[in-house]
Write a protein that binds this ligand. Structure first.
Ligand code: DX5
Ligand code: ZN
Length: 218
């Protein structure tokens, strides 16, 4: 499976260098967590930081918006260099309008569900998105424990896509490590986000390679 290290666990004072380090270590995408202190109880980065670190890698930027009004910020994150923008179904913006806006900017749209949200809530949008992100922790902070009980949602989304002949990627985010990735791989996950699992590892290349190899063991 592909691995998207989350910058939330990097050294924020050296973000550019951290991106270079993780790119060299074999990352497939870079995951950037945007929080507004309202949708989730934490504040992180905005479009200015995304734009500032964009020149440090050619890897795709996977921008995860944990904000109340994602639609209002699509232009800013598209201008900043996002390749994928995911937003929460639980946010205030109209999902269809948000997906259309993301696509109109040539960016790939994804929709995210929190642990309490059933998979079926995003079924009406499956034919319009590039990716679905299933949260495996409550969004807001890195370093939390993986919720294995979210895996039936992954299988349900994959099954619904297969039934309708749709090609939609499924990503999981939260608590992914070498220990937990097996369950995600078995459920059919395509991309895993890993913050502490990669950035706090002694050997980032080894950590990334172990996650990437997980689906070859299923
Ligand atoms: C949590 C963020 C995650 C977070 C994951 O709200 O969306 O991307 O950085 O961190 P770990 O891998 O440490 O759980
Ligand atoms: Zn995230």
């Amino acid at each position: 499976m592909k691995v998207a290290p989350s910058l939330l666990s990097c050294n924020f004072a050296r973000m550019g260098d951290e991106i270079i380090r993780i790119d060299k270590a074999g990352a497939d995408l870079i995951h950037l967590d945007v929080m507004d202190g309202h949708f989730v109880p934490n504040l992180t980065i905005g479009p200015a930081i995304v734009a500032a670190v964009r020149p440090f890698t050619a890897l795709p930027f996977d921008v995860h918006l944990m904000i109340d009004y994602p639609l209002d910020y699509i232009d800013a994150f598209a201008d900043a260099g996002a390749d994928i923008i995911t937003f929460h179904i639980e946010a205030m913006s109209d999902p269809l309008a948000t997906i259309d806006k993301i696509r109109s900017r040539g960016v790939k749209p994804g929709i995210v569900i929190k642990p309490a949200t059933p998979a079926s809530d995003i079924f009406p949008y499956l034919d319009k998105v590039y990716m679905v992100l299933v949260m495996t922790v409550e969004p807001g902070f890195g370093g939390q424990s993986f919720m294995a009980d979210m895996m039936p949602k992954v299988t349900a989304i994959k099954a619904e896509c297969a039934r309708r002949g749709l090609d939609v990627l499924v990503e999981v985010d939260g608590g992914i490590s070498e220990k937990t990735v097996g369950a995600a791989a078995a459920a059919g996950v395509d991309i895993c986000v890993s913050g502490t699992g990669v950035f706090k590892a002694e050997d980032a290349a080894k950590a990334i390679a172990a996650l990437q190899a997980s689906d070859r063991k299923v």
